[in-house]
Each structure stands twice: as structure tokens, then as C-alpha cells.
Design a protein around this ligand. Structure first.
Ligand code: KIV
Length: 246
């Protein structure tokens, strides 16, 4: 799984046979420039998910994050909003954060034909409650709560659970415990799958260097260089040349 927010990248990801494209609420950070994932709205998630779905003709399944306050207000609100995502975007599933607290909402969705992916460990929508993006599940109490939440989500019918920023040994233990898939981010290689934010793994986000991000490209450098070359060419009259003109 990788995140995607637009048609062009979705098409490339689909061609590269990435199994799942997550339209993450991280779009609040990497696309909208906000400090947290809280400001992005359901309408904005739907707008981007529609574009991503259009890019996935052959291979990838699209999962849309339910943003902050689209499911926390009541089970029915969550169900209705997940229904909007499925009806209006063509996504294959929704994702939401939390454990036992959200299980009634999850069950309402999964009982009515909406596939749901859970999300445990570091849950960025609760950043104001935690105050930091530190690793979760490092104390026995936190680790036990994650295990209990994972089992509760499985019982509520999720098809997978994202495990974010928890110790590798705990993630491996949770993975062994569950029948449904786990998808890790900063959770070691004992999970069934992995997810990264697209802009991080492409090296587009130069300020963000957590140890769990492997940068497969240094795209920011290349893109900046291309922009500089274009600016120089236009200023010097080198672009467009005869072959590039009618
Ligand atoms: O919003 C997002 O991109 C996510 C991933 C980090 C799992 O939830």
C-alpha cells in the first residue's frame, strides 16, 4: 500500500501493481500544507478519491480515509459518511482510526457492505490528546490495549488494520494473533503488508526524516533542478526553440 491523492500518480501506482492506494488524510499535510490531519474535510477527501479511482483502471484497490469528525460524532454519522465515500467515489473501502471506541461504527459499516480498514498505534487524528508523535505501545499497558483493540476491530469485521509507529515485536505479535491482515508503517517487517506516504518515499518531503521512511528517490532535488532549468531557458530565450514552435 502507498498513499495517492491524484489521477497522475494513481495511474503510475496502478501500472506498478501496488495492491492498495490509500487516499490518506495525510493529504491535509502533504497536499494542503496543514500541520496536522485535522483540517481536511470529507468533501475534500471525496474530491481527491474520485481522481485516484479514475487512475486505477487495472490493478489497485482504493481505500479512502474517513477524516476527523466524519465518524466521531455518532455511529450513524460515520455510517452515512462512509456510504457517501462508497457511493460518490468508487473506492473499494474506507479506513478509520481507533479501537474498541469505534467498533460499533465499524460493525454498522461492515454489516452493510462497506469494507473497513482499521488503524491503531499512532493515530494522528488524536494528536491533540497525545501531544506528540512518539512511538506507541512501548509500555505493557499501551501494548495490551493495542492487542485488545486489534481483536475488537477484527470482531467488528475489518479486513485489515494499519499499525503505525509501534515496536516491531509488538506488531509481529499482533499480526500472528489476527486472521485479518496487518499493514505496517514504522512497525517493522513482521506485518503482512507495508504502507508509506507517497511524498515521503519519493523524497519530495525534505523536512521529514523519521527512520521508518525509506526514500526511493530524491525527487525534490530533481524537480527543483528542472524548474530552475526551465526558468533559465525562458529568460535566456532558449525555450521554445524552432522545433518546439508552430
Ligand atoms: O493518512 C495517511 O497517510 C495514513 C498512513 C500514514 C497510514 O493514514
Amino acid at each position: 500500500m502507498l498513499t495517492a491523492y491524484d489521477f497522475t500518480f494513481a495511474r503510475l501506482l496502478d501500472e506498478a501493481e501496488i495492491d492498495m492506494l490509500l487516499v490518506g488524510d495525510s493529504l491535509s499535510n502533504v497536499i494542503q500544507g496543514n500541520d496536522t490531519t485535522l483540517p481536511v474535510t470529507l468533501d475534500e477527501m471525496i474530491y481527491h478519491t474520485k481522481a485516484v479511482v479514475k487512475g486505477t483502471k487495472e490493478y489497485s484497490m482504493v481505500v479512502c480515509d474517513l477524516p476527523f469528525m466524519s465518524y466521531q460524532t455518532s455511529d450513524k454519522d460515520g455510517f452515512r459518511n462512509a456510504g457517501r465515500v462508497m457511493k460518490e467515489t468508487g473506492a473499494g473501502a474506507v479506513k478509520l482510526e481507533g479501537g474498541e471506541r469505534v467498533c460499533a461504527t465499524v460493525k454498522l459499516m461492515t454489516d452493510n457492505g462497506i469494507p473497513v480498514c482499521g488503524h491503531l498505534g499512532l493515530t494522528p487524528q488524536s494528536i491533540n490528546q497525545f501531544g506528540t508523535y512518539r512511538t506507541r505501545g512501548t509500555t505493557p499497558e499501551e501494548a495490551n490495549k493495542i492487542k485488545q483493540d486489534a481483536l475488537a476491530l477484527q470482531d467488528a469485521g475489518v479486513f485489515a488494520i494499519v499499525l503505525e509507529k509501534i515496536p516491531a515485536a509488538l506488531a509481529a505479535e499482533v499480526t500472528k494473533m489476527l486472521k485479518v491482515a496487518t499493514i505496517g508503517i514504522g512497525a517493522g517487517n513482521g506485518c503482512d503488508g507495508q504502507v508509506l506516504v507517497l511524498h515521503d518515499m519519493l523524497g519530495l518531503n525534505e523536512e521529514f526524516h523519521p527512520r521508518f521512511v525509506r526514500k526511493y528517490l530524491k525527487l525534490a532535488e530533481e524537480v527543483r533542478e528542472a524548474f530552475k532549468m526551465y526558468g533559465d531557458d525562458v529568460r535566456s530565450g532558449n525555450f521554445p526553440n524552432k522545433d518546439e514552435s508552430y
